[in-house]
Design a protein around this ligand. Structure first.
Ligand code: HEM
Length: 373
């Protein structure tokens, strides 16, 4: 899933030894198992394990729950649940629930966003394995165990990485023309960091509250190709306003991590009136927070560099976001594009193209092997 230079370029971070604790009932509630937040550029940031892989699958036969439970147990017996080992999360798409004649009220098919091309594929996978680790080799071994059940067939493999400075190193190694413009400290291709503590919901706040899947949530997975030739043709000030906001732009000097405080009211409308522009973050905040400013999402997205949906390896974002309902994601995505606001400066929309989308249910741990069966 990853070209060897990509793996060779990441460094092995120092980690405190993992402590044994019961594994979380909310599969994505991993706060007790990863290092605490640290402050970078004055902003609290919580870094995930170096690699996050997304593997989509189809069911080719009867749901063999015992085989899937054995596979999950085999991974947990072999690797500790920590960045040093392997952290697994299992999800299920609508096709799975249709097969078993069940519905989940919070789940709906993904829809194309306002700026998606007509060829953006709305995928119909049954299952999703999310495996996170500091080691790409561990992810490969964990996936060998997870994909053992005969009833599963892999439909795509995606590997994302999150480490300060890694996009720049990969760009230099592959002689990408804009390599020198990528901030050498940035964990993301566009030179700014995300994964800020202040723009992530507490896991329990977005988890389903009632019913057999209480403790679950929706995960939207998409695949975004980035046009960095166009992005880095713009000066830093322009890039900053595209990613954040323009009323006013966040203060300098050039920084990688930038605070994204919530502004009450419809700040994107005020921004468009004042400057004729709409930033990625100001547009998103029309739908990404509740009235008190608490985020309604947890982002798991991270950069990638591979040839999925392209002829050659390209910089991309393996986008993944946890939300309480599929409808919330659709609202957040529509807000990001804000088609109601007249502007030629619409956040980062013209620099990203989605080639695939799908929503999954991430059931609670007790239901993670073929839920509602
Ligand atoms: C290459 C593409 C993208 C880049 C470089 C990017 C970058 C960023 C950055 C730097 C932030 C601010 C830091 C933070 O709040 O953690 C942010 C916030 C955010 N992004 Fe993106 N993003 C991208 C794509 C997307 C997409 C496709 C979505 C889907 C809806 C999205 C949703 C969000 C949300 C919800 C926030 C937090 C807004 C808030 O509540 O304050 N991003 N993004």
């Amino acid at each position: 899933v990853a070209s060897p230079p990509l793996i060779a370029l990441a460094h092995w971070p120092d980690r405190a030894p993992a402590r044994r604790r019961p594994l979380p009932e909310i599969q994505f509630d991993i706060g007790d198992f990863i290092p605490p937040a640290r402050t970078i550029d004055g902003v609290a940031v919580r870094m995930p394990p170096v690699y996050t892989s997304f593997t989509t699958l189809r069911l080719t036969g009867r749901q063999d729950r015992a085989a899937l439970e054995r596979a999950l147990a085999a991974v947990e017996a072999r690797f500790p649940f920590s960045p040093r080992g392997a952290m697994v999360m299992v999800g299920y798409g609508r096709p799975y629930f249709e097969r078993i004649g069940r519905t989940v009220p919070q789940l709906a098919d993904a829809e194309r966003g306002p700026t998606d091309p007509p060829h953006t594929k709305l995928e119909r996978n049954d299952l999703l394995f999310v495996v996170r680790s500091d080691s790409a080799a561990t992810i490969t071994r964990a996936l060998e165990l997870l994909t053992k059940p005969d009833c599963l067939r892999v439909t795509s493999r995606r590997l994302s990485f999150h480490q300060l400075g890694l996009p720049r190193k990969i760009a230099e190694r592959h002689e990408l023309p804009y390599a020198a413009k990528i901030d050498p400290r940035s964990p993301m291709w566009m030179g700014f960091g995300d994964q800020q503590v202040g723009s992530s919901a507490p896991p329990a706040a977005i988890a389903f509250k009632h019913g057999p899947l209480a403790g679950g949530a929706i995960l939207h997975l998409s695949h975004l190709i980035e046009d960095l030739d166009a992005f880095y043709a713009e000066p830093y000030e322009e890039r900053l306003q595209a990613v954040f906001r323009s009323n006013p732009p966040p203060p300098g000097p050039a920084r990688v991590f930038i605070d994204t405080p919530f502004r009450r009211g419809d700040d994107a409308v005020a921004e468009q009136r004042a400057t004729g522009r709409v930033g990625h973050v100001s547009a998103l905040q029309r739908a990404s927070r509740d009235r008190q400013g608490t985020p309604l999402h947890i982002r798991l997205d991270a950069p990638g560099f591979d040839a999925l949906d392209t002829d050659v390896a390209r910089p991309k974002l393996h986008f993944a976001m946890l939300v309480p309902t599929a409808e919330r994601f659709a609202k957040i995505r529509r807000a990001q594009a804000s088609p109601d606001l007249a502007t030629d400066h619409r956040g980062i929309e013209r620099f990203i193209t989605a080639t695939r989308r799908q929503n999954f249910v991430i059931p609670p741990r007790r239901q993670r092997a073929f839920p509602l069966l």
